[in-house]
Ligand binder design. Sequence first.
Ligand code: ADP
Ligand code: MG
Length: 397
Amino acid sequence: MKIHEYQAKQIFARYGIPVPKGEPAFSVEEAEAAAKRLIEATGIPVVVVKAQIHAGGRGKGGGVKVAKGGATEARELAEKILGMQLVTVQTGPEGQKVRRLYVEQGLDIDREIYLALTLDRDRRRIAVMASREGGMDIEKVAHDTPEKIHTLHIDPVLGLAGYQARKLAFALGLGAKEQMRQFTKMLDGLYRCFVQEDCNLLEINPLIVTKKGELVALDGKITFDDNAEVRHPEWADLRDADEEDPVELEAKRVGISYVSLDGDIGCLVNGAGLAMATMDIILHYGGRPANFLDVGGGASQEQVKKAFQMILRSDKVKGIFVNIFGGIMRCDIVANGVVAATKELGLKVPLVVRLEGTNVEAGRKILDESGLTIQSASSMGDGAEKIVAAVKQSASV
Ligand code: ADP
Ligand code: MG
């Protein structure tokens, strides 16, 4: 689960990590008032108006603007940014609508550093990654000059060792006494934050050194580990449904694992392993899956119906592959769910079904008698080949 920059900064502040003063704003009026308060409180006439969306690269996309002309200019910028369809490298070409702003004091930047904590699954440790060359071109740095990114791994038993933090500080050019003190304190706070808040990713880009030599987190990104949701009732208030895929949210509500993907073949599968293998085999035959969908072992007919309707409703789906191996799941339940869903929404795209396992005969009978145009497949490979061919054919007519 992702949260907004301003929410991440509020959490950072609780761990003693310095962040600029700022206020979220949901309207142009709120943004103007926030700018006014900030200018009064800091005595500095510069504020920055920042689009709050769950994607990075906002600066380059025009979603971060500096106002030097006081609250009036902040208002004008807020008018431009609020409601815009912000396109960044991370949003995809359709962009994301800006519904929230963050108005923040403007700081004098001397240097921009990159700092992130993430889980390194290979090493089974939390990794800290940092670079002197932070800021808006960090992807380019990582691609062209990976040696400029320093990495350290934290021992889960010993925790972050002082020497590790100091070594990294030197590598980042923060070896002077006062900056070293600030940096090691900050890294300690970030590590505690990562563990206690159950993060997957914690990123500050840029971490700046101000002209006065102070370290401040100028941007903030946190991704939580969804598996820890039971431990964090407070996450419910941090969630922004506008930023999430509506179909994924709906799936979550009915208790189905669903992930939207870029392709055009909708998949209804039971079991996560089979679902992944199904995506692989579709790719193998030259197609592209539109989703990962695992209805699970014990899904009810109602859940299967809901799941199938999610696929039917999607505009991008040009063909559907139902691949069920009924173990705990019964094939007749799946068949009934599929038929019930199409009764309400109709079936406008080719459908290939591969059914095997418990109650397979009953399941096939239900589908046969449904009057739906269904191609049946004898195996996974056969099914994938058939749906890819059907989608290609319907695209060419
Ligand atoms: P993104 O990473 O989505 O582009 P950032 O929050 O990193 O958004 O902002 C982009 C750039 O805007 C930063 O690299 C920094 O140069 C500048 N910036 C952001 N916030 C401030 C601020 N409070 N004061 C001065 N400059 C800022
Ligand atoms: Mg940034």
